[in-house]
Ligand binder design. Sequence first.
Ligand code: SF4
Length: 245
Amino acid sequence: MVPNAVFLPRKPSPPDEPVRRARHRATREFLRAAIQETWRGRIALVSSFGTEAAVLLHLVASIDPATPVLFVDTLKLFSETLRYRDLLTARLGLRNVRTIQPDPARLAAIDPDGDLWRRDPDACCALRKVEPLSQALAGFDAWINGRKRFHGDRRAGLAAVEQADGRTKLNPLADWSPEDIEGYFAAHNLPRHLLEADGYTSIGCMPCSAPTLAGEDRRAGRWRGLNKTECGIHLSLVPPLRGEE
Ligand code: SF4
């Protein structure tokens, strides 16, 4: 079983380097047990190759660089994200990064002009993200993702392990603080996403991501102005696809 007990208590990480290093080690052991024991050969990491992604990618690569990494290219991403994927893949020695794209026939039928994001972003996310990922996860019993409680909103009460759509979802960084993330980047000299320097603290598709302002939540630039905070892959992987009738 995954050793939940290795997670430290849910409390803000103090500015204490030994405690931070202990959290890093505990998370790595959590992942090692999941990848090499509990779900050996049946687990994948899902990564957006966004601003914080290098941490989880580095942890997983340090355990087994052949672990499947699923990356959904919605065909609406920033070119900087694609370059970051290539950079991290090479730097970390990842050997099984799978880039998944939406089905061209369904794109032609449902979003022929590529502007569904403007008219119905939930349907666009379902078509370009949720559906391709759902298909790519077939054959896996568990998947790892990088959500954290400090992202706020729906993520504020995130558990380390969840069950959803018949699979186990592991959130190994759920209790990490921004300082834990920064500490890990520094400790391992990890490269940054190029758009971070332009004020993007959370990066998804180009039409639906904007820089954040001082004092805003990290994800405030996602779907700015809309009553939408998640793309859907963490709500359900079997959504109704509006717009196809
Ligand atoms: S984030 Fe925007 S462009 Fe990307 S799939 Fe969702 S609605 Fe479409």
